[in-house]
Design a protein around this ligand. Structure first.
Ligand code: AMP
Ligand code: MG
Length: 496
């Protein structure tokens, strides 16, 4: 099939990446989809990008009809998966349609996932099932609403085909928007090409797109590394603060932009347990909740290694000096992570001062939530109610475990020391502590119903988690954990 070009649209895509790095792409087209039907469409995002008309153009959303300027490509990348290097991964079932200008003028990628086999498909069928694509839609939009950097979901389209997974599933495709699809794995791939110039061009492209300040640095590649270390430290802090477990933090799922990408076996932790693992394939718990900062640091070390050839030529002394420089940048990851996390905890707890004992106070709450097996999301909302209780003396103490109860006086002392109005403190806390996160049991129920053709639960879930800070009538169950401790045995499967 040869896709026809849509001349009616006034949106024009660019092929900046394809032009800059032809060695890292393969020109490719989406497979023909028998009966594309839009089942989820992000009107708000579409409006920001001038793509509102696509709601009624399923053929464009599945890559069957191309927007002007679009030259779809599959991107090449490598990656460390569960610690082992795979020299060639790449978009096995995805296509970059092109870039367009986002609301702030910066380029964003328009990308399809589930668009058919590409030369990188290996054994895969190139397809995606409806459940996992709706899952990425709801998780990415929930993360965005929580203020966590993430790729976005524009649409989910059923294809009219069936796909074969555990059983026979509805085939679907996700239209994704990202500030780019550059991954640590993109650099790992480029670093191993004989032509050193590809890596240098990739560095220049990434700097221009994501960390423009790095261009003027003495060693731009290390300034880029510094920029990526910074955005990843912020990102992982955000994940930890909301209880997000990515589940498959391979280097090919680690972005240069600092956006969360590739929602497969991810889930939100409910009861606080640092060893939480949901992914069915993560047997050793490599990507458990508490490991996420050190795994991110490990992945960034792989980025540093990939960048070395762009800096150190074959001269040995230069290489040694460069390794030392790269190490110095990598060593900033943990302090930057910790400082971002403490800043987040401060605002979650209604505190404004950078007090010396903050670290101990925050660690104390984490330990208490763990001891009580307290629900992470509910705990922080309970704390703002606790602050409000001061102004409404008649209300009863809220329900919390003994360990959190024993921690409360330290926090109250600190709040009192800051002397702010309790109503203001509680309101500030409620603006950063969500009522609604995607609760695993509700996600599963919504996706099961969707697979059977009923999207009502999915829409309600999406409604709850995309306006997560405002309690609303009718959404009570979305504010509560599963009654039967569902998470204890809950398993997620790699997003296929
Ligand atoms: P992911 O688990 O989505 O991060 O994908 C890891 C790698 O497997 C990437 O190279 C994907 O393109 C590839 N992949 C995953 N599912 C499929 C599929 N159904 N068909 C072809 N390639 C796939
Ligand atoms: Mg991936």
């Amino acid at each position: 099939m040869s896709a026809t070009i849509d001349r009616t649209s006034d949106v024009e895509l660019t092929s900046v990446f394809r032009t800059a790095l032809p060695e890292l792409v393969v020109d490719w087209e989406a497979a023909e989809m028998p009966e594309p039907r839009v089942v989820a469409f992000n009107d708000e995002l579409a409006a920001e990008l001038g793509l509102g008309a696509l709601r009624d153009q399923a053929d464009v959303l599945v890559g069957g009809r191309l927007l002007p300027g679009s030259h779809p490509v599959a991107m090449a990348y490598a990656g460390h998966q569960f610690g082992s290097y795979n020299p060639q991964l790449g978009d096995g079932r995805a296509l970059l349609l092109g870039e367009l200008s986002g609301p702030d003028g910066a380029l964003v990628d328009l990308h399809l996932k589930g668009s058919g086999r590409t030369p990188f498909a290996r054994g895969g069928d190139g397809r995606a099932a409806l459940g996992p694509m709706l899952r990425e839609f709801v998780f990415s939009e929930a993360m965005h609403a929580l203020g966590v950097p993430t790729t976005r979901s524009l649409a989910v389209v059923t294809t009219g085909d069936r796909v074969h997974r555990a059983g026979d599933d509805v085939g679907a495709l996700l239209v994704r928007v990202a500030s780019s699809h550059l991954r640590v794995g993109t650099f790992e791939y480029a670093a191993r090409l004989p032509d050193r110039d590809v890596l240098r061009r990739l560095v220049a492209h990434a700097i221009e797109r994501h960390h423009p300040g790095a261009a003027a640095a003495d060693v731009p590649a290390f300034a880029l590394l510094d920029g990526v270390v910074g955005v990843q430290a912020e990102l992982i802090a955000q994940w930890m603060l909301v209880g997000f477990v990515h589940g498959v933090m391979n280097t090919d799922n680690t972005t240069i932009s600092g956006e969360t990408i590739d929602y497969g076996p991810c889930a939100f932790m409910n009861r606080f347990d640092p060893d939480t693992v949901f992914s069915s394939i993560d047997h050793g718990g490599r990507y458990r909740y508490a490991h996420q900062p050190s795994i991110a640091e490990w992945n960034l070390t792989r980025l540093a290694e990939a960048l070395l050839p762009a800096v150190a030529e074959d001269d040995r002394s230069n290489l040694e000096a460069s390794v030392e420089q790269a190490k110095a940048v990598l060593e900033t990851f943990m302090p930057r992570f910790r400082s971002a996390w403490e800043r987040g905890m401060r605002s979650k707890l209604g505190l404004v001062d950078e007090h010396d004992d903050n670290g101990a106070l925050f660690d104390g709450l984490i330990a208490a939530m763990r001891d009580d097996r307290a629900d992470l999301t509910l705990t922080f909302r309970m704390l703002s109610d606790e602050v409000r209780r001061d102004t409404r003396l008649v209300s009863a103490p809220l329900d919390h475990g003994d360990a959190v109860g024993a921690w409360l006086p330290d926090w109250r002392t600190r709040l009192a020391g800051e002397g702010r109005d309790p109503g203001d403190v509680a309101a500030a806390m409620d603006a950063v502590n969500p009522v609604y996160v995607p609760r695993n049991h509700l996600v599963e129920a919504a996706l099961d119903a969707a697979a059977g053709g009923d999207l009502d639960q999915f829409r309600t879930l999406l409604d709850a988690v995309t306006d997560p800070f405002t309690p609303r009538p009718g959404l009570e169950r979305h504010a509560l954990p599963a009654p039967d401790d569902f998470d204890r045995t809950y398993q997620t499967f790699c997003g296929t």
